[in-house]
Design a protein around this ligand. Structure first.
Ligand SMILES: NC(=O)c1ccc[n+]([C@@H]2O[C@H](COP(=O)([O-])OP(=O)(O)OC[C@H]3O[C@@H](n4cnc5c(N)ncnc54)[C@H](OP(=O)(O)O)[C@@H]3O)[C@@H](O)[C@H]2O)c1
Length: 305
C-alpha cells in the first residue's frame, strides 16, 4: 500500500482527499516507481471538475499523469533495473508514493535534470511540440506565443527558437521577467495587445495560443494566417478555422509520444528550461491544485510524496 490523493467527488480542489492504495505489481515491460515528484497540471483540475466526464463509477478518481522517481520493481522484459532514476508520462495515479507504469512511457532521467523539473516536463513539453508541428514552425519564422511564461508556452517558445524562429511571447509583468531571463521578447497581454504586437514591427508567421481567451484568438487572427494558428485551450473558437489541439482527431498522440526522449535530452543538457513554481507535500495536493487553477501558478507546480 502507498499514500495517494484521490478525488472523492467531482468538484473543486476541496474534494481531494488522502487515502491508501494498492500498488499494482509490474506486468510485462512495466516498472514500479517510488515517486520523488509528481506534476500538477490544469488538466488534473479539469478532470476533478468533471470537464472530461462525470461518470460516478470512476470515483474515487486517481490523479496525476506524470512523475519522476526511482525504480523499485521490474516486470518481465522491462528495460530498467532496480534503482534506476526515471521519468514516466503518462501514468495513471501519479499523485502517490508509488505507481506502476507501462515500459513505453518510462524514460531514463537525465543526470542533469532535477526530480521536480523531470516530473513536470513531459505533459507541457509534448503539448508544446504538438503546437509547433501543427503550425509548421521553422527557421526564419516569427512566432507569437500566448501565455509564453506558462508551462506549455515557455517550452513552446524555447522549442521554436531552437528551430530557428524569432519568438514574441505574451506575458504578465512577472512572466515577462521569466521570458527576458530566457532571452525571449515579451509583450504584456491585456487591453492594447494587438497594438503592442504590431509595434514590434514584425510580421507574424504563426500564432500559438496556450491561454484560450478571445483576446489571444482575436489577436492571432488579426496578425497571422488562419492555417498557422493553433490553440490548446480555446475549444470554443474551433469554428474560426484555427487548429484546436488535444481532442478528437487532433490529439496528436504520435507526435506527442515521439517528442518525449528529445525533450528530456534537451532539458538534460540545459538547452530547455522549465521554470519552477512552488512545490507542495503530497498531503497538500488541494492547495497545489488551487494554485494551478488560478491560471497564475508562477511556474511549474509539483507534489512531493
Ligand atoms: N489541449 C491540450 O492538449 C492541452 C495540454 C496541456 C495543457 N492544456 C491547457 O493549456 C492551458 C495552459 O496550460 P499550462 O500548463 O501551460 O498552464 P500554466 O502553466 O498555468 O500557464 C498559464 C499561463 O497563462 C498566462 N495567463 C493567465 N491569464 C492570461 C491571460 N488572460 N492572457 C494571457 N496569458 C494569461 C499565465 O501568465 P501569468 O501567470 O504571468 O499571468 C501563465 O503563464 C490550460 O488551460 C491547460 O488545461 C491543454
Amino acid at each position: 500500500m502507498t499514500a495517494a490523493i484521490v478525488a472523492t467527488a467531482f468538484g473543486g480542489p476541496e474534494v481531494l482527499a488522502p487515502t491508501e492504495v494498492e500498488v499494482a505489481g509490474p506486468g510485462i515491460g512495466e516498472v514500479t516507481i517510488e515517486v520523488r515528484a509528481a506534476g500538477v497540471n490544469p488538466s488534473d483540475g479539469k478532470r476533478v471538475a468533471g470537464m472530461f466526464g462525470t461518470d460516478p463509477s470512476k470515483l474515487p478518481l486517481r490523479l496525476g499523469s506524470e512523475v519522476a522517481g526511482m525504480v523499485t520493481a521490474v516486470g518481465p522484459d522491462a528495460v530498467f533495473e532496480l534503482g534506476d532514476e526515471v521519468v514516466a508520462y503518462t501514468v495513471a495515479g501519479g499523485w502517490a508514493g508509488a505507481v506502476t507504469a507501462r515500459g513505453a512511457n518510462v524514460f531514463a532521467k537525465p543526470v542533469g535534470l532535477g526530480w521536480d523539473e523531470a516530473a513536470g516536463l513531459l505533459l507541457v513539453g509534448t503539448t508544446a511540440a504538438h503546437l509547433l508541428e501543427a503550425t509548421g514552425v521553422g527557421e526564419g519564422d516569427t512566432v507569437l506565443v500566448h501565455g509564453a511564461s506558462g508551462g506549455v508556452g515557455v517550452i513552446a517558445a524555447q522549442l521554436a527558437r531552437l528551430r530557428g524562429a524569432r519568438v514574441i511571447g505574451t506575458a504578465s509583468a512577472r512572466g515577462a521577467k521569466v521570458l527576458e531571463a530566457l532571452g525571449i521578447e515579451a509583450v504584456r497581454y491585456g487591453d492594447g495587445l494587438l497594438e503592442r504586437v504590431r509595434a514590434t514591427g514584425s510580421r507574424i508567421d504563426a500564432a500559438l495560443d496556450t491561454v484560450g481567451t478571445d483576446e489571444a484568438v482575436d489577436v492571432s487572427l488579426a496578425v497571422a494566417d488562419v492555417d498557422r494558428i493553433a490553440t490548446i485551450a480555446a475549444f470554443h473558437r474551433e469554428s474560426d478555422g484555427i487548429k484546436v489541439l488535444g481532442s478528437g482527431a487532433n490529439r496528436g498522440t504520435d507526435v506527442r509520444n515521439a517528442a518525449r526522449p528529445q525533450l528530456l535530452e534537451l532539458a538534460g543538457r540545459g538547452d530547455l528550461v522549465l521554470p519552477m513554481g512552488p512545490s507542495f507535500p503530497l498531503a497538500d495536493a488541494a492547495d497545489a491544485l488551487r494554485l494551478v487553477m488560478t491560471g497564475h501558478p508562477g511556474g511549474k507546480v509539483v507534489l512531493h510524496p
